[in-house]
Write a protein that binds this ligand. Sequence first.
Ligand SMILES: *Cc1c(COP(=O)(O)O)cnc(C)c1O
Length: 758
Amino acid sequence: MEKELTIYISGLYSGTNPQPGVGIARSLRHAYPNAKLIGVEYSNRCSGIHWPDFDEIWLQRPWTELNLPLHASEIMSRLDDGALWISSIDLEIMWLGEVFPDGHPRLLTPSRESLLQVGKPAIPAHRGLPMRIPEFVTTELSDWELHAFCRKNDWKVWLKGPYYEAVRTASWATFEHFRKVLSSAWATEKLFLQAHVTGYEESVMLSAYDGELLDCVHMRKRDLTELGKTWAGDALPVAKEIVYPLRKIIRDLKWTGGAEIEMVRDVEDKLWLLEWNPRFPAWVHGSTITGRNLPAALVEGATGITAAGSSSRLTEFTRVVIEVPVRSDFPLSPLPEPFANAVGHSMKHPSGLIEFAQRLRDDSSASNGKANGHLNDFTAASEAVPTSYVEDLNSIDFTNLATPSNLFFPLTASEMFRKAASLCHADVAGVSRTQAYSIKTNPDERLLRLALESGFFAEAISPLEVKKAIRCGFRSEQIVLNGPAKWWRREELPETPLHAIFCDSVNELEDVTSGIENGTIKTAILGVRLRTPNIVSRFGIPIDSPELFDTLIQAVRKIPRSVAFGIHFHMASSNVGIRQWNHLFRSMLRWCGSIEALTGRVIECLDIGGGWYPEDMIENKVGDFGNAVTLVAENLSGVKEIISEPGKAIAQPTMALAMSVLEIRRYSGGMTEAIMDGSIAELPMYSFHPHRILSLNTSGEWRPLERGDSMLFGRLCMEHDIVATNVELPENAKQGDVFVFCDAGAYDRSMSYVFGCG
Ligand SMILES: *Cc1c(COP(=O)(O)O)cnc(C)c1O
């Protein structure tokens, strides 16, 4: 009987991110020494076609050239003739699900319906399993909301496509870049962002036939490749907490074929489900080595032909790289010509999966009768802006405006200061809250005056900034002096006392201490900025070694009793994320406790810096004003004042940049580019955070540009002067139209430079 066993196995790519075909063949050869194993591939560059366990290779045209209906009927006739088919290519499995809507007893892949139940990212089938799905959002959300998701999750997020491949996007620029790469590679805009879970990666592999769970194994990765793929692991029995619900799920799904359930075990020993792959994993033979041959179980379940058993008692396996002879009927092909820029991105897979995805997309949009399937029903949420932006814009006269031009939004600005001020309610438990507006973020006098009127102090990083604050009406007692270069142009400092000085080094602290003793420096509070442990920073006094910490303690002991002692730390939550900031805040409170205990000095002032995103501060997500006071009161009972130093949280929404369209280039296929008269010189933060862009529609209303394929180029003759990449140019857009780039009131303004103007 066994001699008649013919098994087709597809997916033979065998690089460092391999497909499982070779492993399946090795496992089946072990269990069925006389079976006829036929490897199926769509590229002769997949080295797995040379693996000696294959009796034959059935090499197809690449996916882009393949006659799919013919291929389907060839597969069908082979199945009808009694052969089995095990696919290890996700997209081929999806396609087979379409070709065989009712399945086929010898097609050992899951049905279309079961595939829907294990689709990423929600994986509906997982209910009942003792694991959770990490938080995710669809990229159909607006850029504004996507940026908020990244901040909330400390920028530890993965951008994932619908089938395969995930990219860490640790910054907004990386996110924007890979959103473009992935959506064009996989021919869909429907991507999602998922929160990273830190922990150890584990998998459950299973084998099932027609809803019956035949066998399963639990693997823990013990060594990884550069891409995080398994290099070594251990294979263990699956705990009953997983097996019981799994058996029911497999029955409900009527699952046929292999599967791999990828998980992460976090520090609290909880399991998170990342993916449910509808096929055996590439490490499948590792399990066979340990005595659990799941491909054999599948073939036995489907045919009733008994597989040769294994008596292995091992639990661990590892990979090695080995050389095999090339088959004489498939000699190596020459390398492709090395043309310029030939370095492909990591998603270049020789088996042509990407081309196949595009092919499937094109075929399905053609059959849906759509002219351009490009955005396949994808609708990104509109980039809504606060109503005050529109009110402010409506009061600006654009008729004689020379662009590019900075626009000040007075209503928005007052509202930002009012909202920020209202966060500091009346003193709680004798602790007062002071807000000091960060001058460097945007030193515009209109903002400084609003800060003063709103009861804010001013936070300066240079004597020149102190001078400016005084010119705008601040008293020296309302100024906090910070940063590594406080004594540059020292002659500009006032004679009268400052509110607070925070030293950036122990040297500086010693100098200021003598300055206070000899009367040349006057301040109510003298403190130090601590360098954040565990988060890289060039600022402040390092405290993460006992020696460094001791140096600080000695210097603090010498601070004159005539001044109050304070501690400052600053770490931008807009960069490190909200969770991480809140964690840092708690850890800082503990460091402060140690400093008090070791110096005998009571900390009377705690300065928690700035670096917040507007929404995060206004919605109280970081440095939660009420909560911070309570926490501080619990940990540091001597603190009388908490200072925060918001800059961009207030300034960013208060200004915009108006640019005009110089030229529109429309290409066949719908692609458009516009040349703008503004540039990255006026918008230097263009790649750091999203800027909502407004344009006037035909009825004269300001509307956000939608997401799309158009590019807005700056006027500079510089390759990287691109001011927007993922927008849709309005249909009626023409030369001379004004686009308003909002959210440009912080560093876009203060760090802009004059360039290309003669
Ligand atoms: C720049 C700066 C701030 C403000 O930072 P934003 O990111 O604009 O909020 C606050 N404190 C200090 C010491 C700074 O240097």
